[in-house]
Design a protein around this ligand. Sequence first.
Ligand SMILES: Nc1ncnc2c1ncn2[C@@H]1O[C@H](COP(=O)(O)OP(=O)(O)OP(=O)(O)O)[C@@H](O)[C@H]1O
Ligand SMILES: [Mg+2]
Length: 254
Amino acid sequence: MLTIKHISKQFHKQTVLDNINLEIHQGEIVSILGQSGSGKTTLLNIILGLEEPSEGNLFFKGVDITNVPMEKRPFNIVFQDYALFPNLTAYQNLTYGLKNRKEHSSEEEINELIQLLDLTKHLDKLIHQLSGGQKQRVALGRTLVMKPQILLLDEPLSALDGVIKESIKARIQEIAKKLHLTIIIVTHDPEEALTMSDKIVVLDNGKIAQYSTPIEIMNRASCHFVQEFIINQLMIKQRNIQEIFQQSLQRKES
Ligand SMILES: Nc1ncnc2c1ncn2[C@@H]1O[C@H](COP(=O)(O)OP(=O)(O)OP(=O)(O)O)[C@@H](O)[C@H]1O
Ligand SMILES: [Mg+2]
């Protein structure tokens, strides 16, 4: 569905993306995983059309879209800070994009989406009256009513934690399956990437260190960086959690 060929990007002679090649299929959830400054947002912006590549081309369903402006690409993004309109209600935010383009979603489809996102009780609230998780769901809904062919998410879960994070994760996966939507998610959290996606692009300093399924990454780390950045981090987490369970068990027994 989306092919990225030899994409590079320089800012003031600094190479931020170096010869990126990717093939993303319809209905896949793909995570772009990497440390701060590795080029994740830049890659997302190039896909969206907000930023031009210095070299290389992008193809959507076989058509070269490298020079197609952002508003003509059938993609949509949820920005990290949501960028919701503070003076409008949740419902007005949700349907904002449909003002002049009602053909995108019918009333029925909007209602279905509101239910799917569990926003029924919050529609009349202004943005500052919503919790972080509710804002996140409004931002997601506002993008989905426009029926993008590819949904781009920049760190969608980083402001959330605990139960809310898990519930939004599950919701994104449910929506992807139901709408057969292709989703590209930027994250710096290995656990998030490995538990949410069909495939993961590991970016190391603007280069692809590995592009494969979560299982392949766990079983066959392609290099030292993947081993250090992903697997070792997860092993520390696993050990910490096991310790907590063990301690609580020992307490119970004594
Ligand atoms: N418009 C710009 N002009 C100059 N340099 C830029 C510009 N945008 C990004 N950069 C640089 O490109 C590099 C990659 O930035 P990018 O925002 O893609 O990183 P990131 O992986 O999204 O990081 P983070 O996890 O912190 O969001 C950084 O070194 C950044 O300073
Ligand atoms: Mg970023």
